[in-house]
Design a protein around this ligand. Structure first.
Ligand code: ATP
Ligand code: MG
Length: 329
């Protein structure tokens, strides 16, 4: 099994990213060969300033290391492995406009202003396809929001293999971990916790202090009812359900066992317990992060080491793709 996954380098990482993606990545390191990258090329499709992009790449790399991504994995930033962009260009010849036009993320992010959207935003899923195909990834951890892009990567791989009569790209499988929860905003149980939410109170950032974490949970939206004795009874109470989901994910427990413990108790009792748990899990990650950020050069060196390994793995696939299409390189 070869696992490949990336995270876009914009904004601050939050609890949703941690429980929904990073924690899964850390666990996967025991299950197969893992390549994780900071998607700095993808970040160029939005409005990110050069300074912000440079800082964010190092900060996110440090966050991943602080969270437990270690030498078992290859960690690098996409821009240091030119094969991603080179293969993307080749695959731009395979992908069809109609396929990309159907991508819901494109429709959402471009909105009504398609004429004003960047071309990069449109071909973003082709670069994502290149990101995984260049390593012949067998498994790609994806959230619900990225499933359509992985389907597209499979379509591109299949069409390339057929058009050029090669068996170059295996079709990557989604790796959906049952344990990966979808974490919602602390202010609105119907919106996901997100970097781009303008309200900082809606999310727990991985850089938040213990006091801030506790305060954000204290102020999280809930209802006056006590916790029920079955988890499913929370379906009609999204904010309450979200807090129980967070508790369960942070403690690696089943949500029902959390409800068993707190049944009949109100949020006056539950929230402080949740805050203590979150501080116990996230505090040490933040402390490691702060130390790592004292020496940004060392983090950059770590990324360079990862890129050297990634370049070596990507080179033969890129070469084979170039040969298949008749490029003289
Ligand atoms: P943006 O709002 O800019 O899209 P984001 O918070 O959604 O940012 P991404 O960089 O898009 O973050 O996602 C990184 C990873 O974190 C993806 O694997 C995504 O599925 C996961 N993820 C993001 N938000 C959540 C969430 N609220 N709950 C669980 N997983 C999440
Ligand atoms: Mg997102």
């Amino acid at each position: 099994m070869r696992v490949v996954s990336g995270i876009q380098t914009t904004g601050n990482l939050h609890l949703g990213n941690y429980l929904g993606a990073i924690k899964q990545w850390v666990a996967m390191q025991d299950q197969g060969e893992c390549l994780f990258f900071l998607a700095d090329l993808h970040a160029l499709t939005g409005n990110v300033s050069p300074q912000e992009l440079a800082n964010s790449t190092i900060e996110m790399a440090a966050t991943l290391i602080a969270a437990g991504i270690d030498d078992r994995s290859t960690l690098f930033n996409q821009a240091r492995v030119p094969a991603h962009a080179e293969l993307c260009w080749i695959l731009n010849g395979t992908a069809r406009m109609g396929w990309l036009n159907r991508m819901t993320q494109w429709k959402d992010k471009a909105g009504k202003n398609r004429e004003g959207a960047s071309v990069g935003l449109f071909t973003y899923p082709v670069l994502q396809a290149a990101d995984v195909l260049v390593y012949k990834a067998t498994h790609v951890p994806v959230g619900e929001d990225q499933k359509q892009h992985l389907e597209l990567a499979r379509d591109i791989a299949a069409k390339f293999n057929t058009d050029f009569g090669v068996e170059l790209f295996p079709l990557p499988e989604p790796f959906i971990s049952k344990a990966a929860p979808r974490i919602m905003s602390l202010r609105d149980g119907s919106a996901k916790m997100s970097k781009s939410d303008p309200s900082d109170m809606s999310r727990i950032n991985l850089s938040d202090s213990d006091e801030t974490i506790a305060q954000k949970f204290r102020k999280a939206k809930t209802d006056p009812e006590p916790l029920p004795d079955v988890f499913d009874a929370l379906d009609a109470r999204p904010e309450a359900k979200n807090l129980v989901t967070i508790f369960a994910a942070l403690s690696d427990r089943d949500p029902q066992s959390v409800v068993d413990e707190f049944a009949g108790k109100g949020f006056g009792a539950f929230k402080p317990a949740l805050a203590d748990l979150a501080v116990a899990v996230l505090g040490p990650v933040r402390e490691r992060l702060v130390k790592l950020l004292d020496d940004r050069g060392a983090v950059a060196a770590e990324l360079a080491r990862g890129a050297a390994k990634a370049n070596a793995l990507a080179a033969p696939t890129l070469k084979a793709a170039q040969q298949a299409v008749g490029l003289q390189v």
